[in-house]
Design a protein around this ligand. Structure first.
Ligand code: F0G
Length: 373
């Protein structure tokens, strides 16, 4: 491990005089903010970029970092774009924001609506959203409506509604969401001092991969970095329209956050993968859960299963000889493990309970007694 004081320079400081700055304040110069934009914040952004040598060995690359986006205020990367989208909605006079969601967008929209004093309506595919995400959205006071369909059709309804009624769409087809999410690319470059060779992330609706690609290009155009990363997008094998090249009618995967068959940002997602010299890669549910387990056990990073699709795709890409093993890579873990913990208990053997005594536990552990006791 590196010494504690090995800190690199930052272009945009994450805090000033000890006070953390959220995304809108820290990257104001690079966001569509005006003097009328409210200073909305839950101190999102500035998430950990963790060097993960044991995971690098597992993935087969020379150098690997995890950008742990689960450390945002609502537990996912969505907060970066949502703070911008909600601030802009409020600036334009909107009183109600609306999204369709596989869960994380809903939780984030609900939180920022509460913070801004407006109403959030979230359309959720019934029975297909991790319970903790629904609880989160409800706890923040959102109006949650279950629709008897999948995410893709729910997004169609959201788009249809916002086209005809006075409610603001905050799905990632809203360009303010993409502008905000690009700040994750800025942060990676600010911390590393350069762009990585490869960025790997899970891809569902295609918004985040588009945002990263826009962010890395922006920093390069500003002269803050010299190179651009190749972007590897991981899709679940049962929900891999961007790998197959055509929509998937009934997407099927345990990775519920990315169970999407018709990505709304199809073209910009394809542009990010192809222009960057990267690729989309389909990974099985078993490979996703393996990566999920490795993140937690090798490095102490507990993300939700969908979040691990980027790492699974990176490993597969290296094994296929598509990504060079000598690359410096950053893997984005998009959401926190506590959001979708149903696959975690299966990682542990079901141990029978022991009598509640020191001796019984010590005997089970097989630990040596302290000398003199
Ligand atoms: N990872 C997580 C944890 C997500 O929640 C999502 C998307 C993605 C990755 C994929 O990002 O859609 O920009 O390609 N979740 C959306 C939602 C669809 O409604 O919360 P994308």
């Amino acid at each position: 491990m590196r010494p504690l004081n090995d800190v690199r320079g930052e272009t945009e400081p994450a805090s000033v005089n000890g006070r953390a700055r959220g995304v809108l304040e820290r990257y104001a110069a690079l966001l569509p903010v005006t003097s009328a934009t409210p200073a909305l914040s839950l101190q999102e952004g500035d998430t950990p970029l963790l060097e993960v040598p044991r995971l690098a060995a597992w993935a087969g690359v020379a150098s690997l970092y995890v950008k742990f986006e689960g450390m945002n205020p609502t537990g996912s990367f969505k907060d970066r774009g949502m703070v911008v989208a909600v601030a802009k909605a409020v600036e334009s006079g909107a009183r109600t924001i609306l999204c369709a969601s596989t869960g994380n967008t809903a939780a984030s929209a609900a939180a920022y609506a509460a913070r801004a004093g407006v109403t959030a309506v979230v359309l959720l595919p019934r029975g297909k959203v991790a319970g903790a995400k629904v609880s989160q959205a409800l706890a923040y006071g959102a109006r949650a409506i279950a629709l008897d369909t999948g995410f893709d059709a729910a997004l169609d309804v959201a788009r249809g509604l916002t086209a005809r009624y006075a409610v603001e769409l905050v799905n990632s087809v809203n360009p303010h969401r993409i502008a905000g999410q690009a700040t994750a690319a800025y942060e990676i470059c600010d911390v590393l001092g350069h762009a990585p060779d490869v960025l790997a992330l899970p891809v569902g609706n295609g918004g985040n991969i588009s945002a990263y690609w826009a962010g890395f290009r922006r920093y390069r155009d500003l002269g803050r970095t010299r190179s651009l990363p190749s972007i590897v997008g991981g899709q679940a094998a049962g929900a891999a329209p961007l790998v197959l090249g055509h929509p998937v009618e009934s997407p099927d995967t345990i990775a519920s956050a990315i169970r999407i068959g018709r990505p709304a940002s199809w073209e910009s997602a394809v542009a990010a993968a192809t222009e960057s010299g990267g690729e989309f890669r389909a990974v099985t549910d078993a490979a996703i859960l393996d990566a999920y387990r490795q993140l937690a056990r090798r490095e102490g990073i507990f993300c939700e299963p969908s979040s691990a699709a980027g790492l699974a795709a990176l490993r597969a890409s290296v094994a296929a000889g598509r990504t060079p093993a000598g690359s410096e890579c950053v893997c984005v873990c998009t959401g926190h493990g506590l959001k979708d913990a149903q696959f975690a208990p299966a990682l542990e053997d079901d141990a029978a309970p022991l009598p509640a005594t020191v001796e019984a536990v010590a005997a089970a552990l097989g630990v040596a007694e302290r000398r003199g006791s």
